[in-house]
Design a protein around this ligand. Sequence first.
Ligand code: ADP
Length: 360
Amino acid sequence: MVDAKLTDVRKTFNDGQVVAIDDIDLHIEDGELLVLVGPSGCGKSTTMRCIAGLETPNGGTIEFGGHEVTNLPPKDREVSMVFQNYALYPSMTVYENMAFGLKMRGADRETIDEQVRWAAETMEIGDLLDRYPTQLSGGQQQRVALGRAIVRDPAIFLLDEPLSNLDAKLRAVMRTEIQELQQELDVAAVFVTHDQEEAMSMGDRIAVMNAGRIEQVAPPEEIYHDPNSLFVADFIGSPAINFFECSLTGTTIDHDVFSFDLPDSIAEPLAAGLDGDQVVIGIRPEDLGITDPGQGLFDTRVEVIEPMGDRKIVYMDVGDRRMEAVVPSNAAVEEGDDIGVSVNWPNSHFFSPSGPKVLK
Ligand code: ADP
C-alpha cells in the first residue's frame, strides 16, 4: 500500500524547446482513483510515463510510499500501466500475455499460474486463456490488458486512456468495472482521459491539466461547483459554462447588455482581487433561468432549443456571444420567444481575465 508523490516534476523534449510538464506537484493518495484530465497535448501521458519510469524527468522528484524512485527503471517500480492500444503480444495466448511480466521477473511456474488464474477470474476472462489477441473483441482485449496489469499485484496502477477504442456502451460498462477493480485492489490509481465527463464520473479526485501545468486538484463536485480558474470552469461541464465579460466601477458591474450593483461585501474584495477593472463572470447553464421579458437581468430571444430528455438547452444571444441555459423539458419556452433571463447569483463565479478566480 503506497502513495505517489510528484514534486516540481519537469519534463522537456527537443533540447528544452517543448515543455511537456512544467514543474508539477501531484500527490496520489494510497487507495484513491485520481483522474488526470485535460486537452490533447497538455502533458497527461508524459506525466504517466514519468510515474511509470518510461521517461526520466529533467527536474523534480517522484516518490512511492516515501521512497524516491525518480531514476529507477520501470522494472524496479511496483507499477502497472494499461495503454489505449492494449499493447498485447499478438503471438502469445491470453495466458502467455498475462504470465509474461511475472516470467520476466523470474517467478516460479506455480506462482505464475496462481496469479494469472486469479487475475483472469477477477476480469472474468477465464474462458479466453487459450485464445490469441486477434481472436478477441475490443472489449475482451481490454479485459486482458487489465488482467495482465493486475497480475503483478501493482502498488500503483496507471491507466492511460484505456477506454478510447471502445464503443460508448462498452465504455460505460468498463468505467464501472475499473472503479470496482481499483477499489478491490485498494491501490493508488491514476486514470488519464481527455473526456471531462469520463473524469467526472470516475474520479475520487480530478486533476485538471493545461499546457503542462496542473490547474486544480479536487473532488469532482468541487471542480464543477468551485472551479479555480477560467480554464477549469470552461473545460469542465457540458453544456459549457457561460462567460460574461464585464467591468467593475465602484460597486457597479457593467456588461454590454446589462448592469447591476453588487453589495459592498462582494464589490470590495472583488475590486481588491482584480488587476484592473475587467472581470469575467462565469455562470453555469443551469444557473440561468427563463422568465418574462422585463423580469430578469436582461431580455433576449430564444434562437434554438435542443431537447435532452428530461431537460432542454435554450440557446440565446447575449451581445455577440451565444449563451446556453438548461431548463426542465416541460418549461414553457419555444424557439423565437422573447424572454427575460434571470441569474442564480450565489452560484456565479468571478474571474480575472488573466485566468484565476478572484472571489471564493
Ligand atoms: P497528452 O497526453 O496530454 O496528449 P503528452 O504528454 O503526450 O500530452 O504531450 C505533451 C507535449 O509534449 C506535447 O506538446 C507533445 O507534442 C510533447 N511530446 C510528448 N512526447 C514527446 C517526445 N517524445 N518528443 C517530443 N515531444 C514530445
